[in-house]
Design a protein around this ligand. Structure first.
Ligand SMILES: [Cu+2]
Length: 510
């Protein structure tokens, strides 16, 4: 054999070994990247139900709540104490509840050793009561926002919104539900006994590092932190005994980055009755409901006597290409909550075929459009600036916002203060799950949505509301912008304390 041939053979072998090694490494990463807890553990912990927050009624009729943010320890597993944060307790917070037309006031004390805040996700309220990054509460400080509830019955929630550290504050446990009622929802024959046939279901994914909650991102996880198991209301492997034929689940995705597709293993249909901002026009029957971080859905499930059925999160088609599905969590599946039906179930009345009319605008009276390009580096090419107002909208007007994600990874889009209507998804009418009032929508790569939003005020040219990606890692990185609501002809002012300059559209007249 010639020397040349021998060199070729050696080179060929080296290349082959390299290719095999790289291929093997990739195969190892690929096959190890999806997570499943399906069928892996028995669900033997009774589901915790967050208590309804106590409140008092002031002389002027205002309903007053007290929330204290504090650090503590939580035993997610018996005998293992995990450092956590919570409202009025060591993890999560009580469920606040108020009715349309009521004046509410919440006294919030920050018992942590760092500044935080409380944002009322989904609530229509004045900008200075919104609890965004401009309304911080310093350690030991108290903030007392107040407003009048003026929107339909809905499942909303509250959580901190400090710029740059929202992910960490929510992941440590600062979140809770805020349920709104109205005359229509009170009269409808829907399951409505809190903790009995109407269950709060706050879903979060977690990973433990010994006793501690781990927040690290793994290789190629560009959506943010993804846990390897889920909890409901802070309970690992939860089950709930139910005694009624129909069970209403108020699903809240309070995870920082993970999107779920909820359904049942036997393929039974669920009835979707409400989205983020309240009831649909009519119940919609479906097998799965997809929720990205911050979104809510109310579903009604029919139980059979004596059965056990698992609420599960399934792999998602609507998540992006196979790479994003595999490394971004879209291929993952979780057993979430086991419902155990009693041997004898109380009969439930049929749910109504009509639930009422939507109050969200249909866009026909829109006075202008705006365009939002979602990129991890910022929205419309700009990273969040506390002192810059990006958009100025006129009180009392309707607008159509076009939101586009071509960033190669999943994002979502949340707008403070308003409930909007989805007009179009990639040029088509929205699917049933997107026809109700929404404040947060999921946009996998390659999605364009048209939204109709009405801004009813009050005007406040000095204080901005936020719009942002609710994948909290992205939000913290700067995937957020600010808008103010002004009276016609008024100009936006630089937010006090922000120290920056007004953005381009901040100079436009309303
Ligand atoms: Cu994002």
């Amino acid at each position: 054999m010639s020397r040349f041939k021998r060199v070729l053979i050696v080179l060929g072998s080296v290349v082959t070994v390299l290719v095999l090694a790289v291929g093997g490494l990739f195969a190892w990463l690929w096959t190890g990247a999806d997570v499943s807890t399906v069928g892996k553990a028995s669900f033997d912990n009774a589901l915790a139900i967050p208590p309804l927050a106590e409140s008092s009624v002031d002389k002027d009729g205002t309903r007053v709540f007290d929330l204290r943010m504090r650090a503590g320890e939580t035993e997610f597993e018996a005998g293992r104490k995990t450092p956590t944060w919570g409202f009025n307790g060591s993890y999560l917070g009580p469920t606040l509840r108020a009715a349309r037309g009521e004046r509410v006031r919440v006294r919030i004390t920050n018992g942590l050793d760092e500044a935080s805040g409380v944002h009322w996700h989904g609530m229509h309220l004045p900008a200075r009561m919104d609890g965004g990054p401009h309304q911080m509460i310093h350690p030991g400080g108290t903030w007392t926002p107040h407003w009048t509830v003026d929107q339909p019955a809905a499942t909303l929630w509250y959580h901190p919104h400090p710029h740059g550290s929202t992910e960490q504050h929510v992941r440590k446990g600062l979140a809770g539900m805020f349920i709104l009622d109205d005359q229509r929802s009170t009269k409808l024959s829907l399951p409505k006994r809190y903790g009995v046939d109407d269950l709060p279901v706050i879903v979060q994914d977690v990973r433990f590092d010994g006793a501690k909650l781990d927040g690290g991102r793994k290789i190629m996880q560009n959506v943010g932190f993804l846990g390897d198991r889920t909890m409901v209301n802070g309970t690992l492997r939860p089950y709930r005994e139910v005694r009624d034929e129909l069970i209403r689940l108020r699903l809240l995705n309070a995870s920082t980055a993970r999107t779920y597709a909820f359904g049942f293993p036997d393929g039974r249909a669920l009835s979707l009755i409400a989205t983020d901002g309240g009831l649909l026009e009519r119940p919609e029957s479906m097998e799965r409901v997809q929720l990205s971080p911050g979104e809510r859905a109310e579903i009604v499930v029919r139980m059979r006597a004596g059965e056990r059925v698992m609420l599960r999160s399934f792999p998602q088609d609507n998540y992006g290409d196979s790479w994003q599905r595999r490394f971004g969590g879209g291929d993952d599946s979780f057993d979430v909550l086991e419902l155990r039906a009693a041997r004898k179930l109380r009969p439930s009345p049929e749910i109504p075929t009509g639930l009422g009319e939507l109050e969200t605008p249909d866009g026909t009276d829109a006075v202008r459009g705006r365009y939002f390009d979602l990129k991890r580096s910022g929205i419309n090419g700009r990273s969040m600036g506390m002192g810059r107002v990006d958009e100025t909208v006129t009180r009392g007007t309707t607008e159509v916002w076009t939101v586009r994600n071509s960033n190669g990874m999943p994002h979502n889009f949340h707008v403070h203060d308003v409930q909007f209507r989805v007009l179009e998804v990639n040029g088509e009418a929205p699917p049933p799950a997107l026809r109700g009032p929404k404040d947060t929508v999921f946009l996998p790569n390659g999605t364009t949505m048209k939204l109709a939003l009405r801004f009813t005020g009050p005007a406040d040219p000095d204080t901005p509301y936020m719009y942002h990606c609710h994948l909290l890692y992205h939000e913290d990185e700067g995937m957020m912008g600010q808008f103010v609501v002004v009276e016609k002809g008024q100009r936006a002012q630089a937010p006090s304390g922000g120290g920056g300059t007004l953005g381009h559209s901040g100079h436009q007249h309303g």
